[in-house]
Ligand binder design. Structure first.
Ligand SMILES: [Zn+2]
Ligand SMILES: [Zn+2]
Length: 109
């Protein structure tokens, strides 16, 4: 029991693997995929450190670690196709209505 009062294990970011990989489950801001390092501290002095088994998501905003499986997906980096877009009759992909040929398969629209 003594150790619980003078030390503890705290996670730290060792290396950022992928910035903005997910969103924080607590504050909703962008969070990084990081390599986690656990540090054992006794009397507030780091005495031992070892690597986390798996990459985790770390939020800079509220300093929270959480597993990637519980994180929210990152916001989409590209706009989804407009719902009123033209659909190619050949490959069924959404094509800009201004095109006269499908950019994916070359089918005449
Ligand atoms: Zn957060
Ligand atoms: Zn097509």
């Amino acid at each position: 029991m003594f150790f619980f009062f003078v030390g503890g294990i705290s996670p730290q970011v060792r290396q950022v693997l992928k910035p903005d990989a997910a969103r924080c489950i607590r504050c909703g801001s962008l969070a990084d995929l990081v390599e986690e390092e656990k540090v054992l501290k006794l009397f507030f002095v780091p005495v031992w450190r070892w690597l986390g088994k798996e990459p985790v998501i770390y939020c800079n905003n509220c300093s929270t670690f959480f597993p990637p499986s519980t994180s929210l997906p990152p916001p989409p980096s590209h706009m989804p196709s407009p719902p009123d877009g033209l659909r190619c009759h050949s490959c069924a992909r959404v094509v800009d209505p201004q095109f006269s040929f499908c950019p994916y398969c070359g089918y005449s629209l």
